[in-house]
Design a protein around this ligand. Structure first.
Ligand SMILES: NC(=O)c1ccc[n+]([C@@H]2O[C@H](COP(=O)([O-])OP(=O)(O)OC[C@H]3O[C@@H](n4cnc5c(N)ncnc54)[C@H](O)[C@@H]3O)[C@@H](O)[C@H]2O)c1
Length: 326
């Protein structure tokens, strides 16, 4: 069985490629290298450079490599950018997916795994977010992920394509330093960046209705996220016509202040954070219930916060060696 992994040269995709090949699966990466890095694709795994918007190129890749399953991670992912520029987000994330699904169903590929996001929930007013919690995305990015889920499920229903929509929560860490996230869009790299500048990390609002007043999130190691894809791919293969929608989180809330304290311990940079006003649209608490993924996939996150921060820091030091000096 050969899996086409779109976005396989990206941060999470590169981890999925490794997890799949280590599980004995054949993989082919399909990536336009807009944010991806070709060197992340391991030796022996073919890389097809192309956009998911290019239906002919996708169809050729599916045929040339006799693809029998697709894991679709290729997308644009910056929430703030999607607010300023919604059209490219709808084009890449929704139209790119529609074109891909057209090629997949025409080729008769039976299994499809889709990267969704906790951003589909928006501002959930619950302690633990289940897959039944209403989806009310707050940004065009979140909207494109929800619309993507609708496309995937509707196509599955109409054609018998087996589908899994995986809603990742806050992904962090790296399997190896060279696979670390190179972007600075999430809390962990944002704090690393400040510490590298010998500047205090920032907390956006400490007056939320949470135990320490700062926002609470569910952080999950990218290696655990990758393993969830392997489990989903195997689940789809063993039961045709399946439709899964699953939270991929640890089910454990960590506040921004707790995260900054952990980062200080791991990095040895102890700078008290500065408090700035809340950012618009930040929900106080978004923590997954991970029960359904445990039941459906027999999958559970294994890595803790320390693993995430330590591995992310090693990746950061590789690109910013000055951060290790006092
Ligand atoms: N990083 C997170 O915390 C997080 C959380 C939830 C969901 N996600 C989702 O996970 C997926 C992967 O995210 P990531 O963090 O690895 O991002 P990334 O930017 O590192 O990876 C995206 C990859 O897709 C490629 N790509 C983008 N548009 C493409 C297109 N139209 N055709 C072909 N290739 C294209 C890029 O070159 C890149 O290699 C995305 O769908 C993202 O929305 C990420």
């Amino acid at each position: 069985m050969t899996w086409l992994i779109t976005g396989g040269a990206g941060y999470i995709g590169a981890h999925v490629v490794r997890a799949m090949t280590e599980a004995g699966e054949q993989a082919v990466v399909y990536d336009d290298l807009s944010t991806g890095i070709a060197d992340r694709v391991p030796d022996g795994v073919p890389l097809v450079v192309g956009s998911t918007l290019d239906g002919e190129r996708v169809a050729r890749a599916l045929a040339d490599h006799e693809v029998t399953g697709v894991i679709h991670l290729a997308a644009k992912k910056q929430v703030a950018e999607s607010v300023a520029q919604p059209l490219p987000y709808y084009r890449e994330n929704v139209e790119g997916l529609r074109v891909l699904l057209d090629a997949v169903t025409t080729a008769g590929v039976p299994s499809f795994v889709f990267s969704s996001s906790a951003a589909v929930y928006g501002m959930p007013d619950v302690d633990l977010v289940t897959e039944e919690t209403p989806c009310l995305p707050m940004s065009p990015y979140g909207e494109t992920k929800l619309a993507g889920e609708w496309l995937v499920r509707a196509t599955g229903k109409a054609t018998g394509l087996s589908t899994a929509c995986l809603r990742y929560f806050n992904v962090a860490g790296a399997a190896r330093p060279e696979l670390a996230d190179t972007g600075v869009f999430n809390l962990v790299p944002m704090v690393f960046e400040k510490l590298t500048e010998h500047a205090p990390p920032r907390i956006f609002g400490d007056d939320y209705p949470t135990p320490d007043g700062t926002c609470v999130r569910d952080y999950i190691h990218v290696v655990d996220v990758a393993e969830a894809h392997v489990a989903a791919a195997h689940a789809l293969r063993s039961s045709p016509g399946r439709s899964l929608t699953l939270n991929i989180g640890r089910g454990e809330g960590v506040s921004v202040r707790e995260m900054i304290d952990h980062i200080a311990t791991v990095t040895g940079h102890h700078l008290p954070p500065t408090i700035t006003p809340r950012r618009p649209g930040d929900p106080p608490r978004v923590v997954a219930s991970a029960d359904r993924a445990a039941t459906e996939l027999a999958w559970k996150a294994k890595h803790d916060l320390h693993d995430m921060i330590t591995s992310a820091w090693h990746g950061w030091l590789r690109l910013h060696p000055e951060a290790g000096r006092d």
